[in-house]
Write a protein that binds this ligand. Structure first.
Ligand code: NAP
Length: 764
C-alpha cells in the first residue's frame, strides 16, 4: 500500500493531551480567541475514574465558565483530611468542601465545552517529533489517517507525568522518585466495611463503596514502592489488603487497578520559549485529596488567557512568563504540603506522635482554616504588584457576590463567563463611573466594564473600582482611578491605538488573527459579498453575526461554514426597511453576543444588505423609490445610530456603496441615489465618531458575482468583464478582503473614505 502523504495543519497553539487539563486549556484559549488544536493519544475519552475530587476553588472556576450546569450538583463532602487526619474544609464561598465528580464526567463536560467554542480536538494522534524554531514549533503525530504535521506558534504539554513533550524537548524533571506507594482498585462484587484512612497495625486501609463498586486503597507500613512499568496485578492488591485488614477481596471483580507513589517532582521552568507545560506534565505529586487534578485545572485557567493574548500580539511584556512565576510558586507550595501529608499518611507507628500533635493543632480554628485554604485552593493570592496600602482583595480571587447592574441582578461569578477582563465599577451609577469607564475604554476589546452596586455585606467597599483578570484574580481594587491605567497596561497590554501600532509581523500567518476578540455584524450576509465578508472576518478571528431576512437555511449554511473552519458565528434575522427593523435586529444581535461573550460589545458593523432597482426611470414608482431608500440608506443610518451604543472605542463601520455613484446606468437612478446617500454616512459619521477612534468608510464594488442567474450566462459575464481593468467580473472575496482590511487595526488611519473596489471599472 502506498504511504499516505502527510497532512499539514497550521494553528496558533497546539495542546498535547486531552485530559481535563488540556481540555480546560483549549476552552480557555478559545475564549481568548486563539486557534487551538489538541492532539490526544487515546482514541476515546478515559473510562477510568482516576481523580474524582473537585475542590472549592475549582468549582468556582467551573461555575464562572458556566460549566456547573452540565455537572449538576455532585455529592459534597465537607470533611477532608490532611495526611489522613480529619480536616473540615468548610470556608466562606459558594462551594465549600470537596465535590465528587468522576473524572470521566469532568472530561466529558470539558470536551463538549472546548469543542463548542471551536477547539479542534483530534484523538488517536500520537506525538512523534517536536522541533522548536525561531518563530514557531513543528510537530509530527501519527493518527488514524496517517501522519499529521502541524505548525503552531506555541505548544503546551498537558500530557501527564510521563509527558512526551518533556521527553522530546529534553526538559529535566528534578525531584524524588517514589519511596512508598499506595495500591488501589475499583472492585465489584465485594462486601467489606467502609474504612476512612484507617491505620491498622500493619498498614493503612481505605474502603468506600459507591453504586456497588468499592474503591480500596492500601499501603503496608514499611513496604517500598515497586519500580513499575505497568499497573499492579489485582492479586497483588488483594494480597496487600489481606495482609493489612485480614479481609479477602480476591473473589471480587477488579474494574480498575492502579498504584501511585509519593514521587515529588517539578519542572524548573513551566515555560521554555515556545514550549509550555501544565498539570502533571509540570509537576508530579502524590494524588492525595485530589489536589493534583485541581492544581492542573488551575494551571490551565492561569495560562489560557495569557497565551491567547500573547498569540493575538496584545499581551504586555512579561505576561506569558507570569504563568511560570505564579503557578510554579503555587505548585511548589502544594508539593511541599503533599510531601508532608505523605509522611503523615504512609509513615508507620513512628509518625504517631507527630500525628497526635497535628490532630491537636487542627482543633485550632486558625490552623484548620489555614490548611483548608491551601487544600481548597481558596487562599491563592498572586503578587500583582500593587504594593503599599493595597486593598485587602488585591491578588485574591474575585469573591462570589450578588450585584445589581443596569441590566438587573447579576453575580460576580457570572460576569466572568466570557473569559474576558472585567472592570467592576461599584460606584453604582453611570455618572460617577464615567472616569473609570473612560480610562478603560481603549481596552474595550479585552476588558468589559460593568457598573453595579454590591450589597453592604459584600467584601467590597462602596465605590470600589475592581479590575479582574479573566482567571478571576483581582489586580486592582479601590476607589477612584488612580493606578487603573497602569494595571490595565500591566495585565492587558497597550491600549487599542498603541496596540494597533505594533507592526510586528507573524511571518507565516500574517493575514490571520487580526480580529481576534472582536465582534462583527454584517447585514445581508446570507449570500453574496456579505457572506464572503462574514467568512473572511471570522477567519480573522472575529465572532460574526450573520444577518439575513428571508433565507434561514442560507444563513445557517454560512454559520456552519465558519464553524467548520474553527470560527465563531451565529445567525440573526430581521427585515430591514420596515418599522422596528433596527430594534428587532439588535434584540437578536445582543442576545447572541451576550450568550457567547458575556457582553453586548460590537466592534465592527458592515452595512452590506441592499436591494437593486433594475427599473427604468419611467417605471420607478414612489413606492419602489421609498423601498430602495428604506433598505439601502435609511436602515444603515439608524443601524449606525444604534450601534454607536454598543461600539467600544476603536470600532469600525463599513458601508457598502456602489461604483454606480461614479458612472451612469439609467436603470439604476434611484438605487445610485441611495448609494450616494450611503457615501454621506461615511463622511459625516467619520467626523462625529473620530474622537472615539471609530472609523467609518465606504466600499464601492463594481459588478460582482452574486447568486444572480445573469452570472450563469457566459456571454453576459464576458460583456460585464470588459468593464473592469482586469477583464473579469469581481468575486465576492475580492470585496470581502477590502472589508477585512478596513476592519483591521491596519486601517486605523483611514476614515470618511471612499474605497474604490470596482477592479478599475471607474477608470473608464
Ligand atoms: P445579494 O447577493 O443580493 O444579497 C443581499 C443580501 O442582503 C442578502 O443577504 C439579503 O438577505 C439581504 N437583504 C436584502 N434586502 C434585505 C432587507 N430588506 N432586509 C434585510 N436583509 C436584506 O447582495 P450582493 O450582490 O452581494 O450585494 C451586497 C451589497 O453590495 C449591496 O448593498 C449591493 O447594493 C452592493 N453592490 C452589489 C454589486 C453587485 O454587483 N453584486 C455591485 C455594487 C454594489 P436574504 O438572504 O434573506 O434575502
Amino acid at each position: 500500500m502506498a504511504a499516505l502523504k502527510p497532512r499539514h495543519l497550521d494553528t496558533q497553539v497546539v495542546v498535547i493531551g486531552a485530559g481535563p487539563v488540556g481540555l480546560m486549556l483549549a476552552g480557555e484559549l478559545r475564549l481568548g480567541g486563539a486557534d487551538v488544536i489538541v492532539l490526544e493519544q487515546r482514541d476515546a475519552p478515559t473510562t477510568e475514574s482516576r481523580a474524582s475530587t473537585l475542590h472549592a476553588r475549582t468549582m468556582e472556576i467551573l461555575d464562572s465558565r458556566g460549566l456547573l450546569d452540565p455537572i449538576g450538583t455532585p455529592p459534597n463532602e465537607p470533611r477532608g483530611h490532611f495526611g489522613g487526619i480529619p480536616l473540615d474544609l468548610t470556608l466562606p464561598g459558594p462551594y465549600p468542601g470537596q465535590w465528587k465528580v468522576p473524572q470521566t464526567r469532568t472530561e466529558e463536560v470539558l470536551q463538549d465545552w472546548a469543542a463548542s467554542l471551536g477547539a479542534d480536538i483530534r484523538r488517536g494522534h500520537e506525538l512523534r517529533t517536536l522541533s522548536v524554531r525561531e518563530d514557531h514549533v513543528e510537530t509530527e503525530a501519527t493518527g488514524p489517517d496517517g501522519t499529521v504535521r502541524l505548525r503552531a506558534r506555541y505548544v503546551v504539554g498537558c500530557d501527564g507525568e510521563n509527558s512526551t513533550v518533556r521527553a522530546l524537548t529534553g526538559a529535566g524533571f528534578p525531584g524524588e522518585d517514589a519511596g512508598r506507594e499506595m495500591l488501589r482498585a475499583d472492585v465489584a462484587g465485594i462486601d467489606i466495611p467502609a474504612r476512612r484512612f484507617e491505620r491498622l497495625e500493619k498498614g493503612l486501609a481505605i474502603a468506600a463503596c459507591r453504586d456497588g463498586v468499592t474503591r480500596v486503597m492500601v499501603h503496608a507500613f514499611g513496604s517500598a514502592a515497586e519500580p513499575r512499568t505497568r499497573e499492579p496485578a489485582f492479586t497483588e492488591i488483594a494480597a496487600a489488603w489481606k495482609r493489612v485488614t485480614g479481609e479477602d477481596i480476591s473473589c471480587g471483580t477488579p474494574l480498575w487497578v492502579n498504584s501511585f507513589g509519593d514521587a515529588n517532582r517539578q519542572l524548573d521552568h513551566y515555560r521554555d520559549g515556545r514550549v509550555l507545560f501544565a498539570g502533571d506534565a509540570a509537576h508530579q505529586q502524590m494524588p492525595i485529596g485530589g489536589q493534583a487534578l485541581n492544581l492542573g485545572l488551575q494551571d490551565a485557567v492561569n495560562l489560557g488567557w495569557k497565551l491567547a493574548l500573547h498569540v493575538a500580539r496584545k499581551a504586555p511584556e512579561g505576561l506569558l512568563d507570569s504563568y511560570h512565576t505564579e503557578r510554579h510558586a503555587v505548585g511548589q507550595r502544594v508539593l511541599a504540603n503533599i510531601k508532608a501529608q505523605a509522611m503523615l499518611l504512609l509513615g508507620g507507628p513512628e509518625v504517631e506522635p507527630i500525628r497526635a500533635v497535628f490532630g491537636e493543632l487542627l482543633t485550632e480554628e486558625d490552623v484548620r482554616s489555614h490548611l483548608a485554604g491551601t487544600v481548597s485552593g481558596l487562599d491563592i493570592r498572586y503578587d500583582v504588584g500593587q504594593g503599599e496600602g493595597e486593598h485587602p482583595l488585591t491578588g485574591a480571587r474575585l469573591p462570589h457576590t450578588a450585584l445589581l447592574t443596569g441590566d438587573g441582578p447579576d453575580t460576580t461569578t457570572a460576569l466572568l463567563r466570557a473569559g474576558r477582563g472585567l472592570l467592576l465599577d461599584l460606584s453604582g451609577d453611570q455618572d460617577s463611573g464615567a472616569p473609570a469607564r473612560a480610562t478603560a475604554a481603549p481596552w474595550a476589546d479585552r476588558v468589559t466594564t460593568v457598573t453595579a452596586t454590591a450589597p453592604a455585606d459584600s467584601p467590597f467597599r462602596a465605590g470600589d473600582r475592581v479590575l479582574v483578570r479573566p482567571d478571576g484574580h483581582i489586580v486592582r481594587a479601590g476607589p477612584g482611578t488612580r493606578g487603573l491605567d497602569t494595571a490595565l497596561r500591566r495585565w492587558f497590554g497597550p491600549p487599542t491605538a498603541a496596540g494597533a501600532a505594533d507592526t510586528s509581523i507573524d511571518k507565516w500567518r500574517n493575514d490571520m488573527g487580526r480580529l481576534i476578540g472582536r465582534t462583527a455584524l454584517i447585514t445581508g450576509s446570507s449570500r453574496g459579498m456579505g457572506r464572503a465578508a462574514a467568512i473572511r472576518l471570522a477567519r480573522e478571528g472575529a465572532l460574526v453575526a450573520v444577518h439575513y431576512t428571508s433565507s434561514k437555511e442560507a444563513a445557517d449554511e454560512v454559520v456552519a461554514t465558519i464553524e467548520k473552519d474553527g470560527g465563531r458565528a451565529f445567525a440573526v434575522r430581521a427585515e430591514l426597511g420596515v418599522p422596528g427593523d433596527v430594534h428587532e435586529l439588535f434584540l437578536g444581535l445582543e442576545e447572541g453576543l451576550r450568550e457567547r461573550t458575556g457582553s453586548t460589545d460590537l466592534n465592527i458593523l458592515v452595512n452590506n444588505a441592499g436591494v437593486m432597482g433594475n427599473v427604468t426611470p419611467e417605471e420607478t414608482t414612489p413606492d419602489k423609490f421609498d423601498r430602495l431608500f428604506a433598505v439601502n440608506a435609511k436602515a444603515p443610518f439608524f443601524l449606525i445610530q444604534r450601534a454607536e451604543k454598543n461600539m467600544p472605542n476603536g470600532g469600525r463601520i463599513i458601508n457598502i456603496s456602489s461604483g454606480l455613484t461614479h458612472c451612469a446606468n439609467p436603470n439604476e437612478i434611484a438605487y445610485a441615489m441611495t448609494k450616494g446617500a450611503v457615501e454621506q454616512l461615511a463622511r459625516h459619521f467619520a467626523k462625529h465618531l473620530g474622537p472615539r477612534n471609530i472609523t467609518v468608510n465606504s466600499v464601492a464594488p463594481g459588478i460582482t458575482r452574486n447568486g444572480n442567474p445573469v452570472f450563469d450566462i457566459p456571454e453576459a459575464v464576458e460583456q460585464m468583464a470588459q468593464l473592469s481593468a482586469f477583464g473579469r467580473v469581481g468575486e465576492p472575496e475580492d470585496v470581502a478582503d477590502v472589508v477585512a482590511f478596513l476592519a483591521s487595526d491596519d486601517a486605523r488611519w483611514i476614515t470618511g473614505s471612499f474605497v474604490d473596489a470596482t477592479g478599475g471599472t471607474l477608470l473608464g
